[in-house]
Design a protein around this ligand. Structure first.
Ligand SMILES: Cc1ncc(COP(=O)(O)O)c(C=O)c1O
Length: 485
């Protein structure tokens, strides 16, 4: 099955990782030496003054000065002017290795020319949008189905957030059940119903400001790894109208930051089958990073519905879609038909020729170049190198990866035990610490996602990884044990 090769070389030992993460959050933080942090901040003063000036201006008109949640904000966001391959360039002329990868979509590397050329061609021919059918709509759906046969039908949408909204609506329409259960800490976008139990397992409505209680009344979160507790929830729900769907980030909450045991997805799939509940895989990140078959290909599971985003349009706009079994997907057929049960979805710009063209060619190129294997290998290399650095300086930090999705946990923020009175008070301090680490990596020419996640791409060759490891080593050499109080 050569087209379905898997990018994960070896499933990480999730049990051991959790033990290490538990040990990390049970102790005070190991932070950067304060004098070194001063040097880091000075570097920003001397190297990033144009970014600073731009952001000061932007703050007057943009909340916080920057539009994107994943933008690096400490000590101030960077103004990026160019992206190419493995690198980003800022307005001050600094060059960085790009491990943010816009949050995941640029598996082929930034601004990948063969896709860019196809996009320019289609814009020349019909502009970005016509509102009518274009052959690329068909081609995108067909190529997804080729690699993910469980996606019998695909409906393009605008984002991962929209796609989780749609998947939930389809599941409720199909099952006539209300409740949905998501993984504790998992992120499926910012819509009202899933902005619950985000980031930190057990955090419930902690990030649900502005959302009336009623919107997430039917949302529940399961405790990671506790299959018996999940079954109890399903059983209890069954007496009160039932569970429409279980949503899974298949490698664990926050793209594996809370990694699952290898048989978890299968166990959940069996429970879903037993309770007449639809299984929804969120493949917004894993889709094409774990292999052409995504997480479903890796685990050999056929979810009822799959949520797409990011890579599905190769990093071009309107990155979203929901797909799945025909019997469910028929509920989102376009057009208005009186008397027919349907799950209403829409979007003026959804499935525009430009996005579908970009998605089709990106997926085709990922398959042709085996980008998931190359990026996965880079992910393995950087993780191994980080583990060696951690060992060298005897730090309590934890590095692990699922192919090109890598984690460097220095504060353990998303693994804190929310029920622990000491740990739960440390959320802000642990977040601040991550910002400091991220800023220090930046001074070494490395941009990470929020200071703790590293996405690798096909462009990350050995030279890039070696350079990055030298930078991480330098930063880690300035970490100190906690001071005794
Ligand atoms: C696993 C997962 N699902 C859904 C989303 C939401 O996608 P979008 O930002 O396109 O709304 C994200 C975004 O980071 C994600 O990581």
């Amino acid at each position: 099955m050569s087209e379905q090769e898997q990018a994960i070389s070896e499933w990480p030992d999730s049990k051991k990782i959790h033990e290490s993460l538990d040990a990390l959050v049970a102790q005070p933080m190991w932070e950067l030496n304060r004098d070194y942090l001063k040097e880091v901040l000075k570097w920003f003063d001397t190297h990033c003054s144009k970014s600073k000036a731009m952001i000061e201006k932007a703050k007057k008109i943009i909340p916080g000065g920057v539009q994107h949640n994943l933008a690096f904000n400490y000590p101030w966001p960077l103004d990026i002017t160019k992206a190419e391959g493995a690198y980003l360039y800022d307005v001050d002329g600094n060059k960085y290795i790009d491990f943010l990868q816009a949050g995941g979509p640029t598996l082929l590397g930034s601004n990948y020319k063969p896709v860019q050329e196809k996009v320019i061609e289609i814009i020349r021919e019909c502009g970005p949008i016509t509102g009518l059918f274009h052959e690329y709509e068909y081609k995108l759906a067909e190529i997804i189905n080729q690699y993910m046969p469980a996606v019998e039908k695909f409906r393009a949408l605008g984002s991962g957030t929209e796609s989780s909204m749609a998947a939930i609506r389809i599941a409720r329409t199909a099952t006539d059940k209300r409740k949905i259960i998501k993984g504790g800490g998992s992120y499926h976008g910012w819509n009202d119903q899933v902005a619950y139990g985000m980031h930190i397992p057990g955090s419930g409505a902690a990030e649900a400001d502005g959302i009336p209680r009623g919107c997430y009344k039917n949302t529940q979160e399961f405790v990671p790894h506790d299959i018996e507790a999940l079954e109890k929830m399903l059983k209890k729900n069954d007496k009160k109208g039932g569970t429409a769907a279980v949503l899974l980030e298949p490698i664990g909450a926050e793209s594996g930051t809370v990694p699952v045991l290898k048989d978890w997805n299968k166990q959940v799939a069996e429970l879903c089958e037993q309770y007449g509940t639809l299984l929804i895989f969120d493949e917004v990140v894993t889709g094409f990073r774990l292999g052409m078959g995504g997480a479903q290909g890796y685990f050999g599971i056929e979810p009822d519905l799959t949520i797409f985003g990011k890579i599905v349009t190769g990093g071009y706009p309107m990155a979203g879609g929901v797909g799945g079994k025909e019997e469910y997907m028929e509920y989102v057929a376009a057009g208005v038909e009186a008397g027919k049960k349907r799950a209403y979805v829409g979007g003026t710009l959804s499935a525009n020729p430009m996005s579908c063209c970009a998605g089709y060619w990106a997926i085709k190129e990922i398959a042709r170049t085996k980008a998931y294997l190359k990026a996965g290998r880079a992910g393995d290399r950087i993780t191994k190198g980080l583990q060696e650095i951690i060992e060298k300086y005897q730090l309590p930090y934890v590095a692990f990866n699922h192919a090109s999705i890598c984690h460097l946990e220095t504060s353990g923020l998303m693994n804190i035990d929310i029920m622990d009175p000491i740990q739960s008070k440390q959320i802000t301090a642990r977040k601040d610490m991550l910002h400091e680490m991220g800023a220090a990596y930046t001074t070494k020419g490395i941009i990470t996602l929020a200071g703790s996640r590293i996405y690798t791409s096909m462009a990350d060759n050995d030279e890039v990884i070696d350079k990055a490891l030298a930078g991480f080593d330098e930063v880690m050499s300035h970490v100190e044990p906690p001071k005794k109080k």
